[in-house]
Design a protein around this ligand. Structure first.
Ligand code: NAP
Length: 309
């Protein structure tokens, strides 16, 4: 089978935007969206900062619109996970399980996934009181005391969202200053159901049988150990790039973010471009990811032309 001109891996704002641009450039892109398509916005409720939606929009609704737009211009979308790639020679090869695909250029937009905290009880209690997604699981904790771990925008957004369900929401942060934006901090500090435990780290999930009962904490300044009773614990300590399948193929930084020659989206392999949260650990916004997806498609198109395709 002839190689595709452009193959896109990932289906968040970067991947679908790359698809819209590549399709409109008549490159007939093939996009692997993965079984859990849509990326992080699929587990986000209100998106209030995506330009053009003055009243806000629900995350999944926004991603449906991205997907529809990519389809409208002729993107072929395959709901499979890419399991392996070989970028060592051209055309590039990409596998979904046993099936092999080839492409002249590839756009990597695999995004990032929620970080695990790595404490005893975390694995056992995931899905049984411990969650990484307030939008998905908040509803299960009506009337309960809830803890959110983290001090960034995600932690505060989740805490504010969870205050609709929980009787009380406590944010546990390892420092005494939040990383979150000022507007969220103001909202959180003013909220009657929200309180904060500062300078503290979680040391273990407490449980009684398979029921989560709370969180063991240690104050990092005094060393004092304490227990915080809770029916639900939400971990919101950031994300890691979903780039494992590109190890040894593309240059990355020590955290696994793909290195590109900013502002262009060129990776260490000529003909492979990347954009979105798998590259960007600074802005990590839907709108910046979409912009990077657009840049990657334009770069891919220009590169294909320069090499005579
Ligand atoms: P983040 O900004 O990286 O914040 C992660 C938080 O978790 C930090 O407060 C960090 O503490 C803490 N943390 C990290 N590892 C930890 C550990 N092992 N134990 C305890 N605490 C730990 O991540 P994020 O909140 O997910 O946000 C990611 C990006 O998305 C940001 O750029 C953010 O602005 C953006 N975002 C924006 C919105 C919005 O605009 N509405 C909403 C959500 C996210 P330290 O502060 O001490 O490092």
């Amino acid at each position: 089978m002839d190689p595709r001109q452009v193959l896109i891996i990932g289906s968040g704002p970067a991947g679908f935007t790359a698809a819209v641009y590549a399709a409109r450039a008549n490159l007939q892109p093939l996009l692997f969206e993965g079984f859990g398509w849509g990326g992080q916005l699929m587990i986000t409720s209100d998106v209030e900062n995506y330009p053009g939606f003055s009243d806000g929009i629900q995350g999944p609704e926004l991603m449906e619109a991205f997907r529809k737009q990519a389809l409208r211009f002729g993107t072929e979308i395959v709901t499979e996970d890419v399991t392996r790639v070989d970028f060592s020679c051209r055309p590039f090869r990409v596998w979904t399980g046993e099936r092999e695909h080839s492409a002249r250029s590839v756009i990597v937009s695999t995004g990032a996934v929620a970080r695990r905290i790595g404490i005893p009880g975390e694995t056992e209690m995931t899905g049984k009181g411990l969650s990484y997604c307030a939008t998905c699981d908040g509803f299960f904790f009506r009337g309960e005391e809830i803890v959110v771990i983290g001090g960034g925008d995600t932690a505060l957004e989740e805490a504010l969202f969870l205050s609709k369900f929980g009787s009380k929401v406590t944010v546990v942060h390892r420092r005494d200053q939040l990383r979150a934006s000022k507007i969220l901090q103001d909202r959180a500090f003013a909220h009657p159901k929200l309180s904060f435990v500062w300078d503290s780290v979680a040391t273990g999930i407490a449980m009684d049988g398979d029921k989560l009962t709370g969180l063991n904490l240690r104050n990092v300044i005094s060393g004092e150990e304490s227990f915080l009773a809770a029916g639900g614990v939400f971990v919101a300590i950031g994300h890691d790039p979903a780039t494992k399948i590109f190890e040894g193929q593309l240059d990355m930084d020590p955290q696994g973010y793909i290195l590109t020659q900013a502002p262009a989206s060129r990776t260490s392999v000529e003909g492979v471009f990347a954009g979105g949260d798998c590259v960007d650990h600074v802005y990590r916004q839907a709108v910046t990811a979409a912009g990077m997806g657009c840049a990657a498609a334009i770069d891919a198109e220009r590169w294909l032309e320069s090499v005579g395709h």
